[in-house]
Design a binder for this molecule. Structure first.
Ligand code: HEM
Length: 473
């Protein structure tokens, strides 16, 4: 049964844009071309209707899981039988090395154990004042803009989420202009997120990827910044004998393998700095961008959210922010994560054989769990292609199956930054809606594209207008 029967569905139907769905599975050439242009466009109509798909094609044997119980089996119950698949590693490892997102086995365990304390609810609470400062910083950044000004919301969200990282888990800064960092990361994701046919086919790395823009410049930029970040910290620790601090770098430098007592190697430290900058801001930025766009398409719901933030934040935005009372703001963000999951596909490779339901998985099979597909699946959701944040309101949200809604993944490899991202996003969204209203820029076609994150192709130009809290629309 689809989740979330919504009692009073809104009369106006808005279908957020998504690529047209081919009727049936694509042939090999069309598939490879689709992966190159936009992996989201390769999902056929059937993918959103069938509970399970198994096929053999250019990527070998692939199983696509759309049933909550099957998803739970791979991500939780039999997680030891699955590792990150080769295509994912081919795309991510050249830059992210063996950081937390891409490491496996004992290496992953040691890193996760070392970094988990940075993301406990208590530590996230301690980051909240900095998140509030960043929301205020953004408001001030926009203050001089004239009303009706066109703004690329996508770039602005990248910039502010990077600012949040700088003031929380990287308090000593990124040693480069954050605007340059955000641009370099966006260009880097744009390039590596374009799946080259040779990568999809599993050809060795030395075969030239014709047509693919190389990322040497961005990687050199990151390497220099990371060397400066680490170098400065090591120098200050040597000078002052400073105890490791409760920030990402302090924890990376202090991490010890409980068995061997050894610290993380230089490569692991560097890989994690880049991992956390990449995974920690582009994802949240994309979801905030989609939230603002989706709200602009349902003005009556937007008005309700504005009334909520005006009410809850009537004394101004200050820590502690009563995020629990911002239920409509949160429902909006969760619905944006459903329709445009920043991580559109999670993929794994089966280490040994497995049985999922009554289907056989062989060793070496690729298993795909796609939030993009699962979260718009007809068997799991009512009115799956519509923007209906009402389904995430208290009373409705509880009806959603845990494994039908997986924007942050699930199981031991669930996003380590989930609590951080949710807190940050709700504070930023509430503050933005309190001070501004965004409408789509005329003439711009909004099109989602998967480039590591699910982002709007060509950015998200919107028209910004200042709002005065509590003023009627
Ligand atoms: C809306 C924002 C975010 C979304 C939708 C998101 C999504 C995800 C997903 C789906 C995974 C699991 C990938 C898999 O199982 O293959 C993941 C892992 C990860 N995320 Fe996030 N993420 C977000 C924000 C963040 C933030 C703010 C940080 C750090 C500050 C972060 C750091 C990571 C890391 C390091 C991993 C790897 C964890 C591991 O494998 O142990 N993410 N994220």
């Amino acid at each position: 049964m689809p989740a979330s029967p919504i009692e009073t569905p809104p009369p106006r139907i808005f279908r957020p844009p998504s690529p047209p769905r081919p009727e049936g599975p694509l042939g090999p050439l069309a598939f490879l071309y689709g992966m190159w242009r936009n992996p989201l466009s390769t999902w056929s109509r059937q993918s959103f209707e069938l509970p399970f798909i198994q096929a053999e094609g250019v990527m070998g044997r692939v199983a696509v899981l759309n049933e909550p119980a099957a998803i739970k089996r791979v991500l939780v119950d039999n997680v030891a039988n699955y590792r990150k698949d080769a295509l994912q590693l081919r795309v991510l490892q050249p830059g992210l090395g063996h950081g937390l997102l891409t490491a496996e086995g004992d290496e992953w365990k040691a890193q996760r154990r070392a970094l988990a304390p940075l993301f406990t609810p208590r530590l996230v609470d301690s980051f909240e004042p900095a998140m509030v400062e960043c929301a205020t910083w953004l408001d001030e950044r926009w203050a001089p803009l004239r009303d009706g000004r066109r703004l690329d919301v996508s770039a602005e969200m990248s910039r502010v989420t990077l600012e949040v990282l700088q003031r929380t888990i990287f308090p000593a800064g990124l040693k480069r202009d954050p605007a340059d960092f955000a641009r370099a990361m966006s260009r880097y994701f744009d390039s590596i997120g374009q799946i080259h046919p040779f990568d999809a086919m599993g050809l060795p790395a030395w075969t030239p990827r014709i047509g693919k823009r190389d990322t040497k410049r961005e990687l050199a930029f990151f390497a220099e910044a990371i060397a400066a970040i680490v170098g400065e910290r090591r120098a200050s620790m040597a000078r002052e004998g400073a105890a490791p601090t409760r920030d990402l770098l302090g924890m990376l430098l202090a991490a010890r393998d409980p068995q061997t007592g050894e610290g993380l190697g230089e490569h692991e430290i560097n890989a994690n700095i880049l991992t956390f900058i990449g995974a920690g801001h582009e994802t949240t930025a994309a979801a905030l961008t989609w939230s603002l766009y989706l709200l602009s398409q349902r003005p009556e719901w937007r008005r309700e959210v504005e009334v909520e933030v005006d009410d809850v934040l009537r004394e101004g935005l200050r820590s502690p922010v009563p995020v629990d009372k911002l239920t409509k703001t949160q429902a909006t963000f969760e619905e944006a994560l459903r329709l445009y999951p920043p991580a559109a596909t999670l993929s794994r490779e089966a280490i040994g054989p497995d049985t999922i339901g009554d289907r056989a998985i062989r060793a070496g099979d690729t298993v795909i769990v796609s939030p993009w597909v699962v979260q718009r699946h007809k068997l799991l959701w009512e009115r799956p292609d519509e923007f209906l944040p009402e389904r995430f309101m208290p009373g409705e949200r509880e009806k959603i199956d845990r494994y039908a809604y997986i924007p942050f993944g699930a199981g031991p490899r669930v996003c380590i930054g989930m609590g951080f991202a949710m807190r940050e996003a709700i504070i930023l969204l509430a503050s933005i809606l309190r001070g501004h209203r965004f409408d789509p820029a005329p003439g711009h076609k909004v099109e989602p594209v998967q480039r590591i994150t699910t982002r709007p192709k060509g950015g998200m130009p919107m028209i910004a207008r200042r709002r005065v809290a509590n003023e009627r629309a």
